[in-house]
Design a protein around this ligand. Sequence first.
Ligand SMILES: *Cc1c(COP(=O)(O)O)cnc(C)c1O
Length: 382
Amino acid sequence: MSIPFNKPYYSGNETLYISQAVNAGKLSGNGMFTKRCQLFFENKYEFKKAMLTTSGTDALEMAAILCGVKPGDEVIMPSYTFVSTALAFVRQGCRIVFADSMSDNPNIDPDKIEGLITEKTKVIVPVHYAGVACDMDKIMAIANKHHLLVVEDAAQAVDSYYKGRPLGGIGHLGCFSFHSTKNVTSGGEGGLLAINDSRFIPRAEIVGEKGTNRAEIFRGEVKKYEWVDIGSSFLPSEINAAFLWAQLEKLEDIQTKRKQLWCRYYTGLKSIAEKGYVGLPQIPDFASNPAHIFYLVCRTQDERTNIIDYLNEKQITAVFHYFSLHRSKYYTQHHQGEIPFLPMSDKYSDTLVRLPMYYELTLEEVDEVVSCIRKFFLTTNL
Ligand SMILES: *Cc1c(COP(=O)(O)O)cnc(C)c1O
């Protein structure tokens, strides 16, 4: 029996809601299911406004536009993240300034941020890796002191909290993803922009509607429908919103099940971690655990390769994750100035491995993965 790395979750109601959307006769964005999903986020997490987008990448692109950054402006973010975090701001002409990760988890090290701030710095983008909160009090304090905006890349952090406050709801803007690899999906691709500073709402409605004043027309606030700003087609179809709604209804069950699997891994692997063979994820006291990813930090890159190969032989798929963006082909060819030295980011690039994690995974399967990993370390460390 093979154990894949990921399987998208299905609640069973997706096709029913999709057919309801089809029968309603309006499939373009901002229909009944879109509104239902947006209200869910606004009510449950108290976002001032929640806007569904076609992807997490698009939520970040909308956020970058709303920040009003100009070519040459600087944006601080971790190097250990997905390309989209940087790309959204690169497309606005920004210079990306990478900060290192923490030594005990891949999140941005808040103590490394202030030294990178110049008069060109406009935005800080913390990424909540594995959905586990960055130290938002520290980050918001730095941002306030230097009059910077904060965009949370909360792509992995649906239903996750910092000191009881929902992630994506602390910075000025928050970006979520409903890609099929995330805890909840809108049918493969999708995302959401959370707006927490209401100053951004009027422009967000325009930017999301291809730069038109369609939203104001709809509310009868203006008479003439016209092109008023830049923007793009950020609205997802009702089909995607219907799919997402079927999953949001089951969110509590999804999170509970994933947490159970996560804890089973943690308990099972604790003893080999205590022997110093491998590092386990650390959840800071201020953070909740949305159990998006279960990862190990190996001692060396070779050991990571060996363990991935070993698990593969046993039909278990384990995978590594990000490659530090500051060492990427694009960045090294396009940046100005020196390539920064970010040893923690490089450590996670070289040694972090993710284990199978998805709703349908069983506790018995987790035990099987755990027993393979224990066997690997106990036989290679005789
Ligand atoms: C998934 C992800 C994204 C991109 O989301 P898409 O919906 O795939 O565009 C951005 N940032 C992080 C940290 C992610 O995990």
